[in-house]
Structure formats: structure tokens, C-alpha cells
Design a protein around this ligand. Sequence first.
Ligand code: MG
Length: 391
Amino acid sequence: MRLSVLGSTGSIGRQTLELARCFDDMSIGALAAFGNIDLIEEQIHEFDPEICCIYNEEKAKELKERLGHSCKTRIVSGMEGLIECAVCEAVDTVLISVVGMIGIRPTIEAIKAGKNIAQANKEPIVCAGHIIMPLAEKMGVRLIPVDSEHSAIYQCLRGEKGNRAEKLWLTASGGPFRGRKREELKGITPADALKHPSWNMGAKITIDSSTLVNKGLEVIEAHYLFGVPADDIIVAVQPGSVVHSMVQFEDGAIKAQLGSPDMKVPIAYALHNERRMAYEGRKTLGFAELADIRFEAPDMDTFKGLRLGIEACRREGTLTTVYNAANEECVAAFLSGRIGYLDIADGIEAAMKAHRVTDDPDLDKIFEAEREARSFIRGLYNLDEDRGSRC
Ligand code: MG
């Protein structure tokens, strides 16, 4: 398999390259990152891809200078460059692990080019799942989720052709503030929220896990990936994150997928087309972890970001984009100390209330809703910096 890794300097991208070192059948045809040229320079020397995109143009220029004329890897930049890496003729599979809505166009273009997709970037499915899923089916490409919960559901559905999934049990760790009430969350700082109890991830998704907005996004993601209505997706808090998710069938039987919290399992499963492979550093569960499994319902009053996600999932249309874009804008403002922790969910709620939903939106409508939500949040919290569209 020849792979394109979009987002190779992030947590999922780095773990994918670690797997590429273990598996002889995996080579790297394309790499893309936002602006971390120190790390990508090392990756280019090690994996020798044909093409590499640095999204930030200035950084791309700097990298080109550093590499000099003797380097065979072609350096490109911007959205155009990212798409070039997604459709690159030399690759057959694209792992999309960029953060945010920036992955929408590359996902669509990669599918149109007939590439198999390992999808670690949830926003394309959240905002454009109604476009992406039918397109993948029409093109006959595999789209395997890399998000641990969705990979678990995907694995539970194997061998169940013709059997309808009645309910999806989407598990959640509950985040670092599980058990606290709203009052107790007022003074939370970015440093507090960046400590996740079980998963080791990038900053944006770690904040989303603490607010449970990540779980809201995952409900929407599951809805589009598996065609299950919002109200048949049950969020179950399982501290410890060893039950990665479950599927309930019409006879009442429930299948679950368990394992130690390690993203390499869903990454390798997606990349190897559902084949299971041993890898270096693999961990297994013992009696201690299994005896410790317990479930609880999420507290959606304290963590209303989850409730809002379920509402957006029920309504569909552009509301899922507004939910996501308002959150992206709020999290960036929170991380830079411009708004408080509780302002994140309050901002999303206000943006959703103010939005007039368009049903079955095309890409232009989706990006319009994105810009509207971002500008709404900037106005709401008097944020002067115009971050514009991220797509
Ligand atoms: Mg997840």
C-alpha cells in the first residue's frame, strides 16, 4: 500500500508513520502538514515521498530552501497543495488526520480520484457526511473511520450484513472534569483542560473531550457513517476507555469492541483493510482493566456541549457545521486566554440559536454557514482577529 498522510506531524500522523516503520507493505507517497517544517523535514528524509504540502506558504518556501535542489520531493502549499497530496497518482490510500474543516475538500477530491480513505478527521463527516458517504459508495472506495469509537462500531458491524444496527452505544471517557458541576468549571484554565485521563491527543481535541463537544461531534459522525438516527445513538460514559463502543442488534444482542486505549489499533485496522496485524508496543487488557468496567450516563446539564451536538444531529442540514465551526472558534479563543471555559458551550448554543438552517446544503452553503458561525462568535465575544474560513 502506498499512502498519503495528510496531517503527518500531528498525533495520528506520527503514529501512522511509526506503523509504516513496522510494516514492510506500507510506503509513503505523500505527506502534508500545516507548518511544522522541522518535523516534516525529518519525515521527508526518512520516507522519501514524491510530494509534500506545507499548508502555510511562507513555511513551504522556507522548507524548499532548506531542502535544496537535490531533494526529489516536490513541495507544494495551500489548499491546492493539500488536494494534490490527496489525489496524487502514486498513492492508493489517503489517511486524513488534519484538524478541522480544512479536511473537507481533500476528502471529497480523494474519493473522486478513487482513493481508499482512512478517515481520522471527523469534521468532513460532521459537516458534509450527507455528501461524502453517498459519494464514497458511488465511487466504490472504502472509507474506514479511524476515530476509536467509530472504528469499534465498524468492527462490530463486520459479519452482520443484512442485520440492522438498532442502537449504537458510543462510549466516552467523560473527560478530566467528570463528576463536576457547572459552578465548579468556571475557573478552568487551558492547562487544566489539556490533561486527558486516558487518551494522548492534540490540543484542540483534548479540549473538546473535556467539554464533551468531542462526543457531540462523534454522535453526528456516527449518524452519517452508519445511517443511524440521532435518537438511536446512546452516549455511555465508561471511565478508563477500554470499551471503545458497542452495537445493539434487533434481537437485543450487543457486540462490543474492547482494547487498551491506543490509536494504533484503529489506524492499522483502517490502513490494512480490516486485517489485524501485530505491531511493536502492542498492549493487551488484563483482569484489572476488565474488572474495572462500569458505565454511567453523561451529565448533559453540566456538559451541555454534548446535548447541543445531539440537537444538531437531529436537525442536520447546516446546523452541524454551525455547531462545529462555533466550537472551533471558541476553542481557539479559549486556548489563547480570550474567553472562559464555560463560554465555549454558551457560544455554540447562541450561534445555533441565531442560525437559519439550510437543508441538504452543498459545499458553498456549508462554508457560508461556517463563516457565519465564526463571525457570530467573534461578534459575541468581541474577538478582533478575523480568522476567516478555514477551508
Ligand atoms: Mg473518538
